[in-house]
Design a binder for this molecule. Structure first.
Ligand SMILES: Nc1ncnc2c1ncn2[C@@H]1O[C@H](COP(=O)(O)OP(=O)(O)OP(=O)(O)O)[C@@H](O)[C@H]1O
Length: 236
């Protein structure tokens, strides 16, 4: 990413952001409310116009390109479902990249979806109606769907937002395992700085005047925690 500038109409939120993510890696994106974290991920998914250069796996980022679409999976902060659907039906849809338009999902696909739910310890939700679940349960289901997508680069916007402390830890461990065991790259927006303390990876503090990637160590995390506690978001 070179000299990235992005924002809405007259309002520039990302200014001259330049960094290189050494793949595979876990990158925590932190910053105050309204600092532009979601805007940054939306820029990477082609939802917000930008200037500068974004390279994904060495290729210039072209949002409509099939190769880029296959390389990225994205879990937005708000992901509403307007109709009642069984959990395992929603999860199996994560395999959409491997299907053609009118292909049906097979029993092997459903078995894979159920195995993923089991991996996340949420098998008991498989036959439940998604819209009846609690916010935290719904977040765990979205993560299962994301795992089926199996993209090399995963962008997550506050995936632990509604989770209890147990599930927060589980989800951070899970993201780190995607990097370590499956060589994925994970960019994750989070306000849960203390969960980052034991992790391997990098952080990017969008609230800083010149954000840069820093390797996560307990000292670095605590330095940014103090920065975010003390400094209000810059008004633009
Ligand atoms: N579509 C839009 N048009 C205009 N302004 C927008 C739009 N979407 C977001 N903004 C504004 O851009 C700013 C940054 O929003 P963004 O969602 O990127 O913040 P964030 O860092 O992810 O915040 P939070 O931690 O609260 O989720 C906010 O002031 C928001 O109101």
């Amino acid at each position: 990413m070179k000299e990235l500038v992005a924002g809405y109409d007259e309002r520039v939120l990302i200014r001259n952001l330049s960094f290189l993510v050494p793949e595979p890696a876990f990158v925590a994106i932190i910053g105050h409310n309204g600092s532009g974290k979601s805007t940054f991920l939306k820029t990477l998914t082609g939802q917000v116009p930008y200037q500068g250069q974004i390279l994904v796996q060495g290729q210039p980022f072209v949002s409509r390109s099939g190769a880029i679409a296959r390389a990225l999976s994205y879990l937005p902060q708000k992901n509403n479902v307007a109709f009642p659907i069984k959990v395992h039906e929603l999860v199996v849809m994560g395999l959409f990249r491997q299907k053609r338009l009118l292909d049906h999902y097979t029993s092997a696909d459903y078995a894979y979806a159920d195995a993923t739910l089991a991996h996340l310890h949420i098998s008991h939700l498989s036959q439940r109606t998604f819209t009846d679940l609690s916010g935290g349960e719904q977040q765990m289901v979205w993560l299962a769907q994301l795992m089926l997508q199996d993209a090399p680069i995963t962008l997550l916007d506050e995936p632990t937002q509604q989770l209890d402390v147990y599930h927060k830890k589980r989800v951070f461990d899970l993201m780190v395992s995607w990097v370590r065991e499956e060589q994925k790259t994970v960019l994750c927006i989070t306000h849960d700085l203390l969960n980052l303390l034991p992790l391997e990876g990098y952080l990017l503090n969008i609230s800083q005047p010149q954000p840069r990637l820093e390797r996560i160590t307990p000292e670095v995390v605590l330095k940014h925690q103090r920065f975010l506690e003390e400094k209000a978001v810059l008004s633009v």
